[in-house]
Every structure is written in C-alpha cells, then in structure tokens.
Design a protein. Sequence first.
Length: 485
Amino acid sequence: MKLSEKLAILEEEEHRARSGASDQPLSRRRPVNSRSKRSNGHWDANKRKVLDLVREEMAPRMAGLSGQALTTEVKDVLDRILQREDVQVSPMERRKFVRELIQDALGYGPLDPLLQDPAVTEIMCNAFDDIWVEREGRVHPTDGAFTDDVQYRQVIEKIVSAVGRRIDESSPMVDARLPDGSRVNAIMPPLAIHGSVLTIRKFAADPFEAKDLINFGTWTMDLALVLEACVRGKLNVLVSGGTGTGKTTNLNVLSSFIPEGERVITIEDSAELQLQQPHVVNLEARPPNAEGKGEVRIRDLVKNSLRMRPDRIIVGEVRGGEALDMLQAMNTGHEGSMTTVHANTPRDALSRLETMVLMAGYDLPIRAIREQIVSALHLIVQVGRMPDGRRVVTTVTEVQGLEGDVVLLQDIFHYRMLPSEGSKTSGSLVATGLRPKLIDRLEAQGIEVPAKVFRPPAPTPAHHSPGRRARVPSARDLAEPERSR
C-alpha cells in the first residue's frame, strides 16, 4: 500500500471519529476535570439504599419534628436500619458513612463541611462531581462530590424552596440565600448547557467590623476615621467595584457607623446585609410567579420605603431604573444613604449611574442627570482585588461638583503600589494630600477630622538599582543652565 493511500485511510478514520463525537448531545460532551474525583460506586449505592429507607420510615413523623429532635430521630432510625439491613460497610468506615448519611438527610450533603469551614469564602459546583472553592482569593478544586445528579438537584431545590423561590425548566435561574445570609445563585438546563450550576458566596458568621478590614489590609486607620466621620455626618456614599471585590462587606462595615437612634431601611434582591443597629427594616425583592405575575422590583421597594419614615435607605445594589429613585431619595431629605454599583473606576461608576437612570424610562437630558448625581452623591469608595487575591480599597473619591457638562472628581486616598520581589504584590492606601470640600460640611455639624489623616506620606529616598551606575554630569551639562540664566 502506498504512503498516500495510508494517509487517506487515517484521514478518513479521523474524520469519522470527529463526526461521531459531534453526533453526541452537547450536554454529554462536558469537559472532564482531570482533578475531579468520583466516589466509589459501591459506597454510593449503599448510601442511596439506606437514605431511601430512612426517608420512607421518617416520612410519617417528620411533620412534627424540627431542630435537635429531628436530628436525634434520624440517628435512631439510621441505627435501626444499619442493624436490620445488609449494608456492607467496614467498621473503620462506619462513622464516615453515618456522618455523610446525616448530611444528606438533614443538610446539604458534601456542601456541609465546606459551609462550616471558615477559610472557604465561595463554593462553586459546576456539576454533581465537580466542586471548587475559594480560599484567600484563590480558587481550588475539592475531592467532594454528590452521590449523583438527583441528589445534586434535590439540594438545590431544598435551598431555594426555603426562601420561597423555585427553580425548574420554566424558571431555570434563581437567586436565594442560606439561613446564615450566604448568597446563593443556581442555574440549570437549558440555560446551563452541561448541567446545573450552584454558586454560594459565604458570609462570616460574625459580621466584619472596621478593625477586621484594617487587619486584612483593606482599610487603613486614617481611612476608617474619614469614613466614620462621613457616615455620621450623613454624607451619601457609593461603593463601587467589580464582582467579588468585597462591595457588600464594605457596605456592611460602613453601615455599622450609623448612630443607633436612626431608622434604617435596607432594600436588596436577596437579603445579605447584616446590620447591627436596633432599628432596622429589611425589604427583599420578589421574582414573578409561574404565571409571570406578582413581581416586586427593587424600584417598587425604594418608592415604598419613602413612605416608611426612613432616616437612611441602604440599597444592596442598583442595577436598573431604581438608580433614579435612589438619587431622588438622597436629594429629598434621606441623607446618609448608601448603595453599591458594579464599575471599574469612580468615573465608570458615574457613567453607569447615568445609563441606569435612562433605563427608568424617562427621556432626561444628560446634564439634568449629572446635576442629580452631583447633588446626591458625596463620596465614592472604589474597591478592587489584587492579583494575589487580597481585596483592598483602591481609591476614595469626592464628588466636587459640575463644571460645564463634566463632573469634577477628586481623589482623597489612592492605593500606591510598592516594588516587591516575587509574584506577590504589595502596596498601601495613602492620602493624596488634598483637603476635601466635605470637611467644611462635617465641621458645620460639629464633626472634626484630624488634618494629619490627609497628609501624604514622606517620599522614600530613591535607591539605585544594582548593576546600574549613576551618570556624572559633564562640564557642558553644568554650563547649560548658567547660559540660559
């Protein structure tokens, strides 16, 4: 056989193999994660068998049980079933087997240990056997896995149904929350091509305080003094940043500076804020039902909150036409309000606000919108995430006014990168040295901010890099300035 004929046969076989692979459904050709590990099939079969028996025996009695009583009853039923049935589990693995069964029956299966791990800040389930977590800003795969896709779907439905939401083919994506306030997003086929995806953004059991952000390096002591004065002085603050940069955390800490005697109303898509004040009213938007009715938008809640005698209004995040209502609330006596927005820079945040105001459906001129923004907002806190995973405040910007059609912005603090060795970046948040106009407003209310917090740090002496020699000026170089003089 000639070489050309052999190449033709190989090419035809390769083409046939490619066409055969393309005939498979797209959902079955999901890329396999080489680091993902599946549980033992015999182990999973035993778990399914025992779990079905537990549910069958517990079904008549579960309605009247809750909390510790339910846990005790499940353990008793589980012990009886393991003694009665032929479950082939070695004595060494029995404790682990029972623990996983209790997690599957009462909790969220393999998610329970991850939810209890304080080092885990985010849980990402791409499939029932592909679970990833975020620790210290870095994403890592885990060895955990659900028994099968059925258990995976049951856990998702259990989470969303607990807050009155639903997820199915007609409503394939949903935002929800766990009892501890952790944010949950779930999306399923046909929108998620390779299977259901569950993402959980965890929040600390004890809400972070200003001292925690200072210890993390997110804030500095000087910044904390300025922000506390601004919140107490009822300045309107906008927290801006990208996804996962800590906007909600910063908003939570900012709200902790609100005096206890004030009535605060929070408005969110999914309740996440953990305010510690005694007089807080939490409102949550509602998605439409199966018939497409009953939707309550954030914009509707903002309008309604104006009739609830608020001292301050805190909107978890503005994404649409509610931006106009929020700006109007800030301009009509509800000073000291706060919100967040997705943007990369303070200037981008203002541009996004303009766009969202236009989404309210009113044909307003740009200058009128910018006048509303300038009179409503006083301070923009920009947050970001460094390459090594650290979350920091990158700039604190004052909105100073309008000159022509341009909004004047002035940075009060900015993040200065420092030379570092290796891949880890380093830097610090420092003052720009400019005295903000808002100080006059704070002083009129009797709130004093030390002048030293706005002083820039002393310049560090420049060091010659090793291997480079300083250039010695020649006689001509020295004579040039003399001649020009």
